[in-house]
Design a protein around this ligand. Sequence first.
Ligand code: AMP
Ligand code: TRP
Length: 330
Amino acid sequence: MNIVLSGIKPTGIPTLGNYLGALKNFVRLQNSMTDYEFFVFVADLHAITTPQDPKTLKQNIKNVAALYLACGLNPERLVLFIQSEVNAHIKLGYAMQSICYMGELERMTQYKDKAAKQTQGITSALFTYPALMAADILLYDAKYVPVGDDQKQHLELTRDLAIRFNNRYGETFVIPEPLIPKKGARIMDLQDPSKKMDKSSDNEKGCIFLLEPINSIKKKIKSAVTDLETCVRYDKEKKPGISNLMTIYSTITELSFAEIEAKYVGKGYGDFKKDLAEIVACEVGKVQENFNRIINSQELESILNQGKERANLIANRKIDKIFKKIGLGR
Ligand code: AMP
Ligand code: TRP
């Protein structure tokens, strides 16, 4: 069976950007790609590439696992697991480092951005992160990897490494392809629409967290920066603020930009934002309701236990074959 796989780092509370760029997209794909097996995991090993408080990390891991289910992924068609509970990721991550060049890692824009922001020293794990990400994907022979726009470069490196390995050691890996949503792949910061909405941004007002109070979400939308023209029109270059809000509107309601523009002819930004606040509140409200039901349930524990077992079964088989091809061990 073909596999679709993706992961989210448990650093902080997932945002509306994660939801529209990743989570909502997984659910849509799961509903349409009925003959694929879905693997989703909490990328906790990736989280520790930047400093994390142990207690908070533990809570964030559970939150992300529960959020996957709260967004509507069907547990019966899903292998949901925690990365650090499958040792083969670390083994293959190391093997990937051994075929990946420094120059390739130095070119990664996410590394450059994060390294520039880092005040406490840059860890070597932050640098080699894309090799581990390649391992996450290749271990399961995933055919498709749904991610937001920001992960495109990491996916290209994963493909390069898979091809290099196959050439060097013989056919081993499926070459994966990214699945980037047409809309919602890059939700921008509400206060500074030139940067992406990010859990670890300095200004919380620009970022909507999936677990924050609904009233606070509405307030953030109403105070999002726009421009002086007061006409609801999509123009990403000249009107980045309103265009970002329209993207959010369109991704949730599935109305096109033209349909949204038509709906707000003669109306100002105030009306538009008020409606958008309600639309987002309703969508996130549903997710929060599900989340509250799941987070401390036995169901979550048993889904994660089953996921751990199935993921280990597949990953261990694969890593044995890979190490043999490389010539490791007896
Ligand atoms: P991360 O939070 O960095 O682990 O990202 C998890 C997933 O969410 C990845 O597929 C990202 O591409 C996606 N993502 C993160 N931030 C955004 C954003 N602002 N807009 C759209 N997708 C995003
Ligand atoms: N690097 C991804 C991010 O920051 C998270 C991730 C880790 C991932 N491993 C993955 C995504 C494998 C897809 C497939 O968003």
